[in-house]
Write a protein that binds this ligand. Structure first.
Ligand SMILES: [Zn+2]
Length: 248
């Protein structure tokens, strides 16, 4: 890891607080918001070298998370997203979510129960690289909508397009979570719709796509996907209709 990255990571991890005796001490935690809830994540582990820093994980959990990221993303995508500071990922208990990305604190949290689900790690990493990696190659569907996430339509599109990209990148790894497919109203099961989208983006037995290929597949085929029908967060139109208004 570059020196500057190390210094920035250390600064972020160490906030000053007063201990029970009133002395200033170093607080090795960071507050993170996931689904409107705030969590205090201890950052006791020493900041390891590399562009991805994982805290709160056992060795085995850490290896899994790193393996999924290596599977789903190119080195240059990770490099572009970690130019300023390392990608910080915590494995920590979440109340109602499998994972989350807090754009303000630029931190990913994965619930330990979902460390075995590649879709969770890849989904949150897609949010991260969209938000931090720049919009090169990205069109109106796949670019980050986080900066405008206060509007329900943009929030909904951010989740639908991130899910689509995670499906394209994860194929053919096992999908243990219904992800946002569970929120679609349909006669098909979440798993059936997820497999249908995987065929659409990647083909029946293709390896997962990375980099520009993953982005292009979602940008071109999103309108025909099941996940484009997502209409959550009080959005007045589904993700497909909203992305069409952005492309006009
Ligand atoms: Zn998400």
């Amino acid at each position: 890891m570059r020196k500057k990255q190390q210094r920035l990571a250390a600064q972020r991890a160490r906030a000053q607080y007063r201990d029970s005796c009133g002395r200033f001490a170093s607080a090795r935690y960071r507050s993170v918001r996931v689904d409107e809830k705030t969590y205090k994540i201890p950052i006791d582990d020493k900041i390891e070298s590399g562009s991805i820093v994982i805290v709160g994980a056992t060795r085995e959990q850490e290896q899994k998370v790193r393996r999924y990221i290596k599977y789903g993303f190119t080195k240059s995508e990770i490099r572009a997203a970690t130019k300023e500071e390392p990608m910080l990922i915590a494995v920590a208990d979440l109340e109602d979510a499998a994972g989350g990305y807090d754009p303000k604190n630029r931190m990913i949290v994965i619930d330990p129960d979902y460390v075995d689900a590649p879709m969770t790690t890849v989904h949150e990493t897609v949010h991260y690289i969209k938000h931090n990696g720049g919009d090169k190659h990205r069109g109106p569907v796949t670019r980050t909508h986080i900066n405008a996430r206060d509007t329900p339509a943009e929030h909904n599109l951010e989740e639908a397009s991130t899910t689509a990209e995670a499906v394209a990148r994860c194929a053919p790894l096992a999908y243990q979570t219904p992800s946002y497919y569970g929120a679609l109203r349909s006669r098909c099961t979440a798993e059936e719709m997820l497999r249908q989208d995987r065929r659409l983006f990647v083909g029946s037995d293709g390896r997962g796509l990375k980099g520009k290929r993953a982005i292009d597949a979602v940008e071109k085929k999103f309108d025909n996907s099941e996940i484009a029908k997502l209409q959550a967060y009080g959005a007045r139109e589904n993700a497909r209709d909203h992305s069409r208004t952005l492309r006009r």
